[in-house]
Design a protein. Structure first.
Length: 404
C-alpha cells in the first residue's frame, strides 16, 4: 500500500508540475484565457486581475506537484491537489456541456484538449487524488517539516523568477503558430486535396400552413405551391484548418494588403499594439525611434493594432498603421507593444518593448535576427537544465534527509 501511495503521488505530482510549468512559460496566454472565462461567466469587469490570477494559479499548481514529488509538506500538498480537483472538475463539466470557451487552457498552448477530453482527464486524476487524500497521513518517503518548508520556499522563488523572465523576455518556448522560423505564407496555405468542411443542408418549405424539412435531393423545385422559409446547415465534419487562418492586414481605408506585406522580399518590422491606449506613450515613442532607423536601412515598418481608427491615427505619426484582429495580435506576440521582425514573410525575431534593441542596431537586421535566435537558444538550454535539476532534486529530496 505504501508503494502504491508513492506511485499515485508521483503520477499526480508530474501532472501538476507539467500543467503549472507550461502555464508558467506563457503567463500572459493563461491571463488571456482567464479573461475569456471571466467574460463567459459575466464578470469581465475583473479582467484586470487576470495576470495576477494566472501567476498565482500556475505557481500553486507547479509547487503542489513539486511537494507531492518530494514529500515536502505532504498534507498541505494533498489538500491543495484535492481543492484543485473539487474546483475544476465541476467547472470543466459545465464547460463541456455549454462550451462557452472552446479550449480550457489547462496545458496552455503546449497541448490542446477539448472540453470533454479535459473533463475526462480530470475524472481520472481525481481518482488518484482521492486515494492520496485518504492516505495523506502516510509519511513514508516524506521529509521533515522544516526541510520541506525551506525547500518549497526555494522552489517557489525559482519558479517566480522563471515566470518573470517569460513576461519580460517573452515565452522561452513559443508554442504558437507565429514562432520564429515560421513562414506565414506557408502556414496559411491549404494543401491540395485537404478535406473541407462537410455540412448537412436542410431546407424548410411551407404549404397550407404546414412546414416541412427537405434535403437537397427532394426539395420541391419548381413547385410553386411550396414557399421557401429557411435553410439550416449542420456541420458534420471539420475540414483542414491551416496553422494560421486568421491573419489579415487592412489599411485605414479598408484595403487588404496581407499578400503585399508578406511577399516583400526584404525585412519588415511590426510594432504590435493590440490596444494603443494600453501600450504607453513612452513605449510607442521607443518603437517610433526604431522605425526611423529602420526606414533608413530599407526596413519596412508597420504599426499593427486592433484599436479604433481614431485612437490608432492619433499617435501614428508618419508611419503606416494596419488593422488586425485583437486575438490574432495577442497570438502573434505576448506583449503590448511587441516587435516582430520578418524577412520575406518569415518570422525572424521577436522582442518585448523592454528587450527591444537600440535603434542603431537595426542598421544590420540580419545580425539582430541571428543574435535573437542565439539568446532564445541559450534561454531554452538554461530552462531545461534548471528544470531538470529542479525535478531531480524534488525526487531526491527524501533521500537527502531523514524521514519524518
Amino acid at each position: 500500500m505504501k508503494l502504491l501511495t508513492k506511485i499515485c503521488r508521483i503520477l499526480v505530482g508530474l501532472v501538476f508540475v507539467f500543467s503549472g510549468f507550461v502555464k508558467g512559460i506563457d503567463p500572459m496566454g493563461s491571463a488571456y484565457k482567464i479573461t475569456d472565462y471571466l467574460t463567459a461567466f459575466g464578470v469581465g469587469s475583473f479582467d484586470t486581475l487576470s495576470l495576477t490570477l494566472s501567476i498565482i494559479l500556475c505557481t500553486v499548481e507547479f509547487i503542489t506537484g513539486i511537494m507531492l514529488l518530494s514529500g515536502s509538506c505532504i498534507k498541505t500538498a494533498t489538500w491543495l491537489a484535492a481543492l484543485f480537483m473539487i474546483a475544476f472538475t465541476p467547472l470543466t463539466l459545465v464547460l463541456a456541456i455549454y462550451n462557452p470557451v472552446s479550449d480550457c487552457g489547462c496545458f496552455g498552448d503546449a497541448l490542446h484538449l477539448s472540453n470533454w477530453q479535459t473533463f475526462g482527464k480530470n475524472i481520472i486524476i481525481s481518482i488518484f487524488v482521492i486515494f492520496i487524500f485518504i492516505r495523506r497521513n502516510d509519511t513514508n518517503g516524506c521529509v521533515k517539516k522544516q526541510t520541506g518548508i525551506f525547500s518549497t520556499s526555494i522552489f517557489v522563488l525559482l519558479f517566480l523568477v522563471f515566470i518573470a523572465s517569460n513576461i519580460i523576455y517573452l515565452p522561452v518556448i513559443d508554442f504558437r503558430s507565429y514562432k520564429p522560423g515560421t513562414n506565414i505564407n506557408e502556414a496559411m496555405a491549404i494543401p491540395p486535396g485537404s478535406p473541407i468542411d462537410k455540412y448537412d443542408i436542410r431546407f424548410i418549405y411551407e404549404k397550407n400552413g404546414e412546414k416541412k424539412l427537405f434535403t437537397i435531393n427532394d426539395y420541391p423545385s419548381g413547385d410553386t405551391t411550396w414557399k421557401f422559409v429557411d435553410q439550416k446547415s449542420v456541420l458534420i465534419s471539420k475540414g483542414y484548418v491551416p496553422p494560421i487562418h486568421d491573419f489579415s492586414l487592412t489599411t485605414l481605408d479598408g484595403k487588404d494588403i496581407t499578400k503585399e506585406v508578406l511577399s516583400f522580399p526584404g525585412y519588415t518590422l511590426f510594432m504590435v499594439t493590440g490596444k494603443v491606449e494600453k501600450a504607453g506613450i513612452m513605449n510607442l515613442v521607443k518603437g517610433f525611434r526604431v522605425a526611423s532607423v529602420a526606414y533608413r536601412n530599407s526596413i519596412i515598418f508597420y504599426s499593427l493594432t486592433a484599436s479604433s481608427k481614431e485612437k490608432a491615427t492619433s499617435i501614428a505619426a508618419s508611419y503606416p498603421v494596419l488593422f488586425c484582429d485583437e486575438i490574432t495580435l495577442k497570438t502573434i506576440i505576448r506583449a503590448n507593444p511587441g516587435f516582430v521582425l520578418l524577412h520575406n514573410g518569415i518570422v525572424k525575431a521577436k522582442w518585448s518593448v523592454i528587450t527591444l534593441p537600440a535603434p542603431e542596431e537595426f542598421s544590420n537586421p540580419a545580425r539582430l535576427a541571428s543574435e535573437n535566435h542565439s539568446k532564445r537558444t541559450m534561454r531554452l538550454i538554461i530552462t531545461f537544465v534548471l528544470s531538470g535539476a529542479l525535478i531531480f532534486s524534488a525526487f531526491c529530496l527524501p533521500y537527502w534527509t531523514k524521514e519524518a
